[in-house]
Design a protein around this ligand. Structure first.
Ligand code: ZN
Length: 395
């Protein structure tokens, strides 16, 4: 085995749905290819972060790639801005931002500014603004989103959000979350910038306010290649996942019609793995929509989407020397419409690994698998060992 195909289906796992006779969407879906992987491989459950912890997508991904978020994570911002191609420097604080619409009293009328198609003109106006020696860099993301970086000396990411996450309330002043002078300085400058931005955007409806959240500083990461000796690529539609991959030094491959939405072309993603098979050792494939559909409470569409994923996987069985891993980054409960702490199923297929009696890829079936119940950070060491690349501990 010298190739790894690592498929993360976002929010794939779920809780039992009464209308599905208490099956989960994954259990109720018709998934011959996923079941074939489970039957031929070894399965288990993963607590992506830890037992009883509700994982964010970002922190969970870091764990699944073997990077402890307690060391490497301070906020989502850096991954979001990397996802839209912004380059981060040491000391930068990065944010996710939305263009929103506020009234004259700064009460939010629409958090997404009528879902403006592009934030290009807003990003251009704000990019390069300088306040108190700090430079603000902005770049348009998809739809109403954009990336924001604060660059300069003495910045802290330990600050609150300006985005109250709902309409009809006043925008928030950003506040320091500790007593450091850096956090106080950062919030002071950022609040000034948000006022300046409001003035600059006053005559550009429908968007007139920048809603920022998820402040984060990028820690120094050992690259994925340095850590594991594997040349890795990323095949994903949604920005965050490309950002995580970029930060880890993976090459992000462009895939036509990969949208990160239910209409995404999963066949094209798998085709890309086949086309690039000789060029990389590790293929990180991210498939987003099961998560978004569950967050909308739409378990029917989640079930159908899982069947769409399953159908697309067939060509992988033709690949030689491939270790295929399928898992999720967290459970997204279609009933609760949130990420929950329930562990997620995992299957490893194709190597000379042991097998077990699991014949179906699902939450319940994989619970009985030979891999047992592991944590997210345990997965990469298992993979590296199955590749025959792990070092002996002791003598
Ligand atoms: Zn996720």
């Amino acid at each position: 085995m010298n190739k790894v195909i690592f498929i993360i289906c976002d929010g794939l796992a779920d809780r039992p749905i009464p209308q599905l006779r208490d099956k989960t969407p994954l259990e109720a879906a018709d998934t011959p290819n996923l079941d074939r992987l489970a039957k031929g491989g070894i399965s288990g459950l993963i607590y992506p972060i830890d037992i009883g912890i509700r994982p964010g997508s970002d922190t969970s991904h870091l764990c699944l790639f073997g990077y402890d978020p307690k060391i490497y994570y301070s906020g989502r911002g850096p991954f979001e801005v990397a996802g839209i191609g912004m380059e981060l420097q040491d000391g930068d604080v990065a944010f996710r931002a939305n263009m929103g619409t506020v009234d004259k009293d700064l009460v939010i009328v629409d958090r997404r500014a009528g879902r403006v198609q592009s934030t290009e003109k807003y990003a251009q106006i704000l990019n390069g603004t300088e306040i108190d020696g700090i430079k603000f860099l902005t770049k348009a993301g998809t739809g109403h989103r954009l990336g924001l970086i604060m660059r300069g000396i003495g910045l802290s990411a330990n600050i609150s959000d300006a985005d109250p996450h709902q309409n009809g309330v006043k925008v928030l002043e950003v506040k320091p979350l500790d007593n450091s002078s850096q956090a106080a300085f950062t919030t002071g400058v950022l609040n000034k910038f948000l006022k300046v931005a409001y003035q600059k955007l006053a005559n550009l409806p429908p968007a007139n306010y920048l809603l920022v959240r998820g402040a984060g500083k990028l820690s120094k990461f050992p690259s994925f290649q340095d850590k594991y000796g594997l040349k890795a690529c990323c095949i994903a539609g949604a920005g965050l996942y490309k950002g995580i991959a970029r930060v880890l030094g993976m090459q992000v491959l462009a895939v036509e019609e990969a949208t990160g939405k239910p209409d995404t072309n999963i066949n094209n993603k798998i085709k890309k793995v086949v086309q690039e098979y000789n060029n990389f050792d590790f293929f990180y494939v991210h498939i987003k929509a099961a998560d978004s559909l569950a967050e909308d409470g739409n378990w029917q569409a989640k079930l159908k989407f899982i069947e769409k994923i399953d159908l697309a996987l067939a060509p992988l069985f033709e690949l030689k020397e491939a270790l295929i891993i399928v898992t999720a980054d967290h459970t997204t409960s279609s009933e609760a419409k949130i990420h929950t702490a329930d562990p997620v199923p995992v299957t490893i297929y194709g190597g000379r690994e042991r097998t077990d009696n699991v014949e179906k890829f699902s939450e319940r079936a994989c619970a009985k698998g030979g891999l047992g119940h592991i944590k997210g950070l345990d997965l990469m060491p298992v993979i590296i060992d199955l590749l025959g690349k792990s070092k002996l501990y002791g003598a």
